[in-house]
Design a protein around this ligand. Structure first.
Ligand code: ADP
Ligand code: ZN
Ligand code: ZN
Length: 817
């Protein structure tokens, strides 16, 4: 009898590859173990055993494997079951799924770049000969590929050597530069060393007698230090001395005060004296009971709780129960909502049992979490993280929480697998016989629809915690304001008025500008030409800060032009306005207050995001201007006013979900206002105050939005009423994409008739020199999804057998966003 294994390798192959193994290997090997296998002419890959069996492949002679890499599976059967579902449902290969699912450090392949671990001091006497050769080679060359190592050692199978070197921490495999979890930086001040002698201080105080405010600040500093005998925070000094941060800033600039930062450890738990979970109020208590009842009947329950209703504390109770039953818990949330605030909150309750799985973590840390989860140790009980967490090797999963379930970032856009983590979590729960709680203040139409169909259980909290009122939302007609000359730049008189009042009361302000379509572009006043990206079908964006033009699709950049490329005129003007311009305008309008900006540019650097959040928390920022980034999961006590600079662009975005999204975005941003004592205020500037969505936002009318939008979705056959699969064709040759897509759409139409739309060029039809064309297949609820996909695959296969079209790339996106 002969023995074979089907192996998943991280290449986009439609079928699994079969390798032959010996009888003793077949005794040893189990699904989920890693093997090194040869592939193609000279490549070697890490593969995962999917199945052990006795049927030789028909089409080819099975090669034998190179090496077994594990003595126990690193991927469990339940994961393999999930992978299989993902590959089927999202129409991709198991190799695609494997690539997304396994931490890099567990995958080695010919192209993997290997680096020396420069942090660790290596005792080279502990290395075997072959290990030493690699170690030494890495002193002469900064990096090596697997096949280089093959040459150095003059043998094919080098993965075991590499694996040992990784385990000994001598080398690591390359990836982006990741950092440890970011510590929180708090600003402190002290008297500058210039004045620490008695005489100098005396002189200083005399000099300051003509600047009573500054003197006051200094005296307050002394008195705080004297009473607390601790470092003095900038925020405390500002509060106690009743001085604006601008005064403190000028004292720092004059070198009278000195600023410094202290890292305060965010992880404040210690051993087992964790904080007790909070006592729920009556609304939360009712919700909790209802959720538990709902769990008896449904796998999934949707919790619709308004912003600040205390959903998190309800989750905490459910997590506590699951832990008491000895189960693992997965807490999924969008990447940007994965804030230190939330992590600390959970760690305070559950201590070391909380592990965070984050794409910013180093590969080593991710493997560590992976192993804790795999072995169900005490440190891997509650896993907090973004969408890729669904791939962790859970053993005993009891509860999945999907917080902010409406967020589109749960769907992976590129590359395959183009999975939706929220939807996949339901399958994961079924595999583990676990329960899913989806939570949101603005549920997706999909989930709410499922609740109305009784597919999901449904629970509501309609009151904010502590009976804080919902913010008062006011719409401002800027068309009218412009006409009556009541605008200063992009600020209406109403907004300026409210801002002035808020600042005088000592509260903070958030100004929101939608990221999409608000990038400023440059236009020639003489001929109207706008500089275009040479690779994409878009205008270049102007970046004031660097005086540069950039493409947001491919990263192309050039210096800001001084004259028009088309006509040579020097009258170039910027159109559109981004956060940068708003920041500039605010600074002119409110010169005495501290303004900061939070967008991709300002948060890119080290600690960028953390610094801004901390500064806002510490009330060192009076006005924060930002994009979508600031809508998520942040709890700022002192923010009383939120201004939405322009609502129209969001609403007009060409996408069938644009209205739903605008509603969610605006209510989520509004939710940042007035989380405690004072009622918050939200001002929305728009050209179209009678737009239904804006009316619904201003009255917090989720049901109104839901009913109206569902009506549209019925009429236009969109999700959640119909399912849909988007097919994108890409090629650098315009005519080829065009011909190929017409052929494909025609063939699909023979099967699906009027349910095929397109082909159509998307609004931006050329990206990175590739032309795109889309076809949409709509699938009525009663049509079999499996049969539909089979038919698409069949058409696809005939497509790829046409020689002319072979170089056209096809992307299938199931449940596209
Ligand atoms: P949501 O997630 O619904 O936006 P949170 O769970 O963040 O709301 O709660 C809002 C605020 O109210 C938080 O600061 C939280 O600490 C507080 N809070 C919520 N529930 C309770 C409770 N039962 N006891 C004390 N404070 C609570
Ligand atoms: Zn011109
Ligand atoms: Zn470009």
């Amino acid at each position: 009898m002969s023995f074979f294994i089907d192996v998943i390798i991280p290449v986009p192959l439609k079928k699994l590859f079969t390798y032959s193994i010996t009888a003793s290997e077949s005794d040893f090997l189990n699904p989920g173990m890693r093997v090194a296998v040869p592939f193609g002419k000279s490549k070697i890959y890490t593969g995962i055993v999917f199945r052990v069996h006795n049927q030789p492949p028909v089409a080819y002679e099975a090669k034998s494997i190179q090496q077994i890499l594990d003595d126990a599976p690193v991927v469990n059967e339940k994961q393999l079951q999930l992978w299989k579902w993902i590959a089927n449902y999202y129409m991709c290969t198991m190799g695609d799924v494997m690539r997304a699912a396994l931490p890099n450090a567990l995958i080695l392949e010919s192209e993997t770049v290997i680096l020396r671990n420069t942090v660790k001091v290596v005792d080279d006497t502990s290395l075997k000969d072959d290990e030493f050769l690699v170690y030494e080679a890495l002193h002469h060359q900064s990096s090596l590929k697997v096949h280089d190592i093959s040459n150095i050692l003059d043998k094919k199978n080098v993965l075991p050597v590499i694996k040992r070197l990784i385990e000994k921490e001598v080398i690591h495999v390359e990836e982006e530069i990741y950092e440890k979890y970011k510590p929180r930086l708090v600003r402190y001040v002290k008297l500058h060393t210039n004045f620490t002698t008695e005489g100098a201080l005396q002189e200083l105080l005399e000099a300051l007698s003509r600047a009573p405010k500054q003197r006051q600040v200094l005296m307050t500093l002394f008195s705080i230090s004297a009473t607390t005998k601790k470092p003095v925070k900038v925020s405390d000094l500002s509060k106690e001395s009743d001085a604006s941060t601008a005064i403190i800033k000028s004292l720092i600039e004059k070198e009278i005060l000195e600023e410094y930062h202290i890292q305060t450890d965010r992880v404040q738990y210690s051993g087992d004296d964790n904080e007790a979970t909070k006592l729920l109020n009556e609304y939360q208590e009712v919700a909790l009971t209802e959720i538990k009842e709902s769990f008896n009947k449904h796998v999934v329950t949707l919790l619709h709780g308004v912003t600040s209703s205390g959903k998190t504390e309800v989750y905490v109770k459910l997590i506590e129960d699951a832990l008491n039953r000895g189960e693992q818990v997965l807490y999924l949330l969008p990447e940007i909502a994965l804030t230190a605030q939330l992590i600390t909150r959970l760690q305070n309750y559950f201590g070391e049992q909380v592990a965070v799985f984050h794409s910013k973590y180093s590969s080593h840390e991710r493997v560590e979490v992976w192993n804790h989860v795999l072995n169900d140790t005490a440190k891997g009980k509650v896993i907090l993280g973004a969408r890729s967490c669904i791939f962790l090797p859970f053993k005993n999963l009891g509860l999945i929480i999907v917080d902010e379930e409406h967020e589109q970032s749960f769907k992976q856009f590129d590359p395959a697998p183009r999975y939706h983590a929220r939807d996949t979590s339901v399958v994961l729960a079924n595999i583990h016989k676990a329960k899913v709680l989806m939570g949101s203040a603005t549920p997706s139409l999909e989930s709410y629809f499922n609740a109305t169909q009784n597919k999901y259980g449904f629970v509501e909290i309609t009151k904010r915690y502590n009976n804080v009122l919902m913010p008062d939302i006011e719409l401002i007609d800027i068309k009218d304001k412009f006409k009556r000359k009541l605008m200063k730049g992009h600020f209406s008189d109403r907004l300026i008025e409210e801002m002035t009042e808020t600042l005088q009361e000592g509260h903070q302000i958030i100004l929101f500008q939608n990221r999409r379509g608000f990038s400023p572009i440059v236009e020639c006043n003489t001929c109207g030409h706008a500089p275009q990206c040479p690779n994409c079908d878009v205008s270049l964006t102007y970046h004031q800060y660097r005086n540069q033009l950039r493409c947001h699709y491919c990263g192309y950049q050039s210096a800001m032009a001084t004259e028009c490329m088309a006509c040579g005129s020097s009258e170039l003007d910027t159109k559109g306005f981004g956060t940068e311009q708003i920041e500039t305008e605010v600074k002119l309008l409110f010169p005495d207050y501290k303004v900061a900006r939070m967008d991709l540019d300002t948060t890119r650097g080290k600690y960028g995001y953390e610094k801004i959040i901390t500064a806002l928390e510490q009330q060192e920022i009076d006005i924060l201007v930002g994009t979508q980034m600031l809508t998520k999961g942040l709890d700022f006590r002192n923010v009383k006013l939120v201004g939405i600079m322009n609502a129209d662009n969001m609403l007009n975005f060409p996408d069938f979900r644009a209205h739903e999204r605008s509603f969610q975005l605006m209510l989520q941003v509004s939710g940042r206002a007035g989380r405690t004592d004072k009622r918050g205020k939200v001002l929305i500037q728009t050209y179209n105050p009678y737009h239904n969505i804006l009316q619904q936002v201003s009255t917090h009318d989720y049901m109104g939005m839901f009913n109206e939008q569902m009506n549209d979705r019925y009429n236009f056959k969109y999700p959640p009423v119909y399912k849909q699969i988007k097919i994108t064709l890409k090629h650098k040759d315009y005519n080829k994409v065009d011909a190929a897509s017409i052929w494909l759409a025609k063939s699909l139409r023979q099967v699906f008739k009027e349910h095929v739309l397109g082909p159509e060029f998307p609004p931006i039809s050329r990206i990175r020199n590739q032309f795109h064309k889309n076809i949409l297949v709509k699938i009525p609820k009663k049509q079999s999804l499996a049969k539909t996909k089979e038919a698409i695959i069949k058409v696809n296969n005939s497509f790829s057998s046409i020689k002319d079209f072979r170089s056209v790339k096809i992307i299938l996106n199931v449940d596209n966003f």
